[in-house]
Design a protein around this ligand. Structure first.
Ligand SMILES: [Zn+2]
Length: 261
């Protein structure tokens, strides 16, 4: 019976590890996709800042062209001003000169504001490019790590499959069928009994069952049907509360429910 219990426990450990490894392997492409998405976002950000820089440059070229136009106009009006005949003509030309000068001032302010934006964007572009470089490196590392883990997992899975086949041969077909049915339905087929409870479903065990388990029997849980066993090696682990001592006697206080055993 003890060998059967050990083999079933071993089989369950192998099955759970196989499931864990398979889940981990399924998550690996997601990690690469996540790193690719982060890099893609940084690249788009960098491209946006770069496009904004180009737009500012185009804007300044236009502003400079317009400024130059107003300068030329103002120069022409100043030349005409010398040859006017009437005060009305002089006033009209002065008005044109004033307008051109105001426009030049406005366009120069606009150009200055554009230069300030460019300065900010250049900083942002440097940061965005740094980010792209960093995330490209991270993606490369994720790919390497993932590929190493895939290889490692495949090796571990092969070893676990071999171990599984070996252990299954040690277990009788009826027990195996029962274990497989339970494992398929509940995720696990065998559970340790601990503190008079099934660790699979946390339901309490009848004293009769608990006693039989402690004698080394393999029984079904009344509640979840998992196979139940008792592991003497698990007794008095640090997880269990220390018994209260009767002062001066070195003996533990006996509490209801702890009696016997
Ligand atoms: Zn149970």
């Amino acid at each position: 019976m003890q060998t059967l219990i050990e083999n079933l426990v071993k089989l369950q450990a192998v099955e759970l590890e196989r499931i864990r490894l398979s889940q981990d392997m399924r998550a690996l492409p997601g990690e690469i996709a996540g790193a690719e998405a982060a890099l893609g976002a940084a690249e788009r950000q960098s491209a946006e800042v770069s496009a904004a820089l180009n737009r500012e440059e185009t804007l300044r070229t236009r502003l400079e062209r317009e400024t130059e136009g107003h300068r030329q106009k103002a120069a022409r009006f100043r030349a005409q001003h010398n040859s006017v005949k009437t005060p009305e003509q002089a006033a009209a030309i002065e008005h044109e000169i004033a307008f051109a000068t105001a426009e030049i001032g406005r366009l120069e302010d606009e150009e200055l504001a554009s230069l300030e934006r460019t300065e900010e964007q250049e900083g942002a572009l440097a940061r965005a490019r740094g980010q792209v470089e960093e995330l490209a490196g991270a993606l490369e590392k994720t790919r390497e790590r993932t590929s190493a883990r895939q290889k490692q997992h495949a090796e571990q899975l092969a070893a676990l499959n071999a171990e599984r086949d070996r252990v299954r041969l040690e277990i009788g077909p009826e027990w195996l069928a029962r274990f497989d049915r339970l494992a398929a339905a509940r995720g696990t087929g065998i559970a340790r009994a601990e503190n008079q409870q099934c660790t699979g479903c946390r339901m309490g065990l009848r004293p009769q069952i608990w006693n039989q388990l402690r004698e080394g029997e393999l029984l079904a849980c009344d509640s979840c049907s998992r196979l139940l066993y008792w592991d003497p090696a698990m007794v008095a682990t640090p997880k269990q509360p220390q018994p209260e001592m009767i002062p001066g006697t070195g003996q533990a206080v006996r509490k209801p429910g702890q009696a016997g055993g």
